[in-house]
Design a binder for this molecule. Structure first.
Ligand code: HEM
Length: 420
């Protein structure tokens, strides 16, 4: 759809009534025409299908399904995949029904949880402004530090898939993108009549996985990532009290009530200096705070306090500030503003992080990233610069950024397309 096409508004009644000529699941179009984003033919009329009862209204409600470690921290799904799409042609009720049918087929095929499948559908600015021709409810992403020059993605839709079975994620992607039959699924899955696939990003998090994937660019060749490390940098992220709660990041009212916002950053890691110039003490100082020792770390269970109130002393006495220390200044009612669902990646043969962050408003993400940049500390302390002695900023570079809004489960397919 060009930006000059009028947006098509349909009512919810028309949407549901329009599935008269049902197309049998499995009669799939070839994915070969996927590049033709502007194709005019509307998608086939597909029944949205049955939705299993009892699913949470919030797409981002994952935590109740997660196992806990021995301290009560939720254990993230071990594998993640981000699928990015554009809307094919001009958005219609048939597009919405087809996507909803695919997502409901997944919900019927797999229990909601890491042993089955978790997913969210998030919509970018370009979907609202270019596809629907309405004001976007979220701001476009932009660079958030002086030492980055990220590309800004303009994808319409991001599907975030996660579970403990990497093969399952690959099979789900093949079904959604290429129409490959998915064992055990009993309904429509292929999205290519409504959506043009643009990109996939993959990754993992959890003990053993980073060590098994460490023979890539960005990590020194001698295999420094410990077998027990849950992430490439060697520490456990996402302790319970260092995360916002799902409830606190939920939008309360309006068309996106029960939804949230999502920032997706593609971060490249350069860990040569991390593992070759720094010892354990130096890494703990930069990840947590210079006032935190490796012995302290062994006692941390659900909260890495990281002394945010002692950041001034960190700069003046130690000449280094910690990542958790600087970001912990961006809290509200004693809790962080963002819920991090990031994971490591070796996409492109290089170590990286797909930083998926959920928050009630994208301003909360910007506030947190500003705290991480620690601009004031750079001005106050000669030994601290933007990427020197400043948390983990020397070891990461942001390649891409994008913002999305995650509607409620009920409104997840082509939000705002339905007029009533
Ligand atoms: C890319 C590599 C990153 C790694 C390996 C990393 C790792 C960590 C670790 C180990 C902690 C402390 C413990 C915990 O999370 O439970 C932490 C805390 C935190 N990080 Fe990161 N982080 C990264 C990037 C970022 C980015 C890009 C942001 C935000 C823009 C961020 C925001 C935070 C916040 C908000 C906290 C909690 C602060 C608090 O306790 O209030 N992190 N991170």
């Amino acid at each position: 759809m060009s930006s000059t096409d009028p947006p098509l508004r349909v009512t919810r009644r028309r949407l549901l009534a329009g599935a008269g000529a049902l197309v049998a699941a499995g009669a799939l179009d070839s994915h070969a025409a996927a590049a033709d984003a502007g194709r005019a033919a509307p998608p086939p009329a597909v029944s949205p299908g049955r939705q299993p009862p009892g699913l949470p209204a919030r797409q981002h409600a994952w935590e109740a399904t997660l196992a806990s470690d021995r301290h009560g921290n939720p254990v993230a799904p071990r594998f993640d995949r981000l699928l990015f799409f554009d809307v094919r042609g001009r958005a219609t009720a048939a597009h919405a029904r087809l996507l909803e049918a695919g997502l409901r087929t997944l919900e019927r095929a797999f229990p909601w949880g890491p042993e089955g499948l978790l997913f969210t559908a998030g919509w970018g600015n370009a979907y609202f402004s270019r596809v629907l021709g309405v004001a976007s409810p979220i701001q476009r992403a932009h660079g958030l530090s002086q030492f980055e020059l990220p590309s800004i993605d303009d994808y319409h839709l991001c599907l975030h898939l996660a579970c403990d079975d990497e093969q399952r994620l690959a099979a789900v992607e093949a079904a959604l993108v290429d129409g490959v039959p998915l064992p055990g699924a009993d309904g429509w899955l292929a999205l290519s009549d409504a959506l043009v696939w643009r990109e996939t990003r993959t990754g993992f998090v959890g003990a053993g996985l980073p060590a098994a994937h460490q023979r890539v660019g960005g990590i020194p060749p001698h295999g420094p990532v410990a077998r027990s490390a849950p992430m490439f940098m060697g520490f456990q992220s996402s302790l319970r009290r260092n995360q916002a709660s799902e409830d606190s990041i939920t939008i309360r009212s309006g068309p996106f009530a029960q939804g949230t916002t999502m920032a997706v950053s593609y971060i490249r890691l350069r860990l040569d200096g991390w593992y070759e110039r720094l010892d354990e003490r130096g890494r703990v100082a930069r990840m947590y705070s210079p006032q935190t020792t490796p012995a302290d770390l062994a006692r941390i269970t659900t909260d890495a306090p990281s002394q945010p109130g002692q950041i001034e002393e960190a700069g003046s006495r130690y000449g280094v500030i910690g990542h958790a220390q600087s970001t912990a200044r961006a809290r509200r009612h004693g809790r962080p503003l963002i819920l991090r669902r990031d994971f490591d990646t070796v996409d492109g043969g290089h170590a990286g992080v797909h930083f998926v962050s959920l928050q009630r408003t994208l301003d909360d993400f910007v506030t947190t990233r500003n705290a991480m940049n620690a601009v004031a500390e750079q001005q106050q302390h000669a030994r601290i610069a933007d990427t020197f002695n400043n948390g983990i900023n020397d070891f990461i570079s942001v390649l891409r950024r994008a913002n999305y809004i995650l509607p409620s489960r009920a409104a997840r397919s082509f939000p705002l397309l339905l007029a009533g």
